[in-house]
Ligand binder design. Sequence first.
Ligand code: URA
Length: 262
Amino acid sequence: MENKEKRRALESALERTDELFDAFSDVLRRDFSGKGHPKRDFSATAQKLVPDPKIEEPAFENAPQDREDERLHMSLEALISDSKKCSRCGLCSTRTNVVFGTGCTDRPTVMVIGEGPGETEDLQGLPFVGRAGLFLDKWLSAISLSRDRNVYITNTVKCRPPQNRDPLPDEKKACFAYLKQQISIIHPQAILCLGRPASTLMTGQPDSSMGALRGRFFFFDGIPMICTYHPAAVLRDMELKRPVWDDLKKLARYLGLPVGGK
Ligand code: URA
């Protein structure tokens, strides 16, 4: 049984006990006026006995800081045009396009954060449009999400790392100012991190494995966040499909999204 259900059951058991106690004291006092004592609220007691699923906070104690964070009130358009001129790290010298992000920009249900653009993304200027992207679209659709309606998709770095290598810590740090402002402007209801580079950056746990970070809720700047394996990793190892599906269902349950269809 889920903790929420357990808590509801406990709350109703406490309420029932309270009603019985009320009825019993009426009998003792031979007071059948029907007034009884005031109805008590047991939700706090029940929450104490059966807490909500683990939501950890604060998860971002050692976030990389950047002076640019002060510009949080910039518009998205201004931020995008700023990023197109960016030369904060070496990736600018090999990029074809800055791949800033795509999808719903007005408080989407979920913001997806991947690793960095691959070859197709670099050529088209859009994130997750290659094979991993098609797979990601299937995952999203399975929990009633889509980049056309209620999802925004971006990456930890906006320029392609050569030969699709992992982004270096300095590259992620240089690009983090953009990501932070993007999150602040777009203000998603929840964040889904895909793969280790995004998950370690966003949780502020650089040494943790994907196995340790996946399937748990964190908060990033007050926004609930969950991490799971990257679609490219699942394409290489189908054994990872099961844990990813568990993580997606957890996110869907948290957001009240129907699972298994549109
Ligand atoms: N993989 C990523 O992490 N991001 C993309 O945009 C494409 C593939």
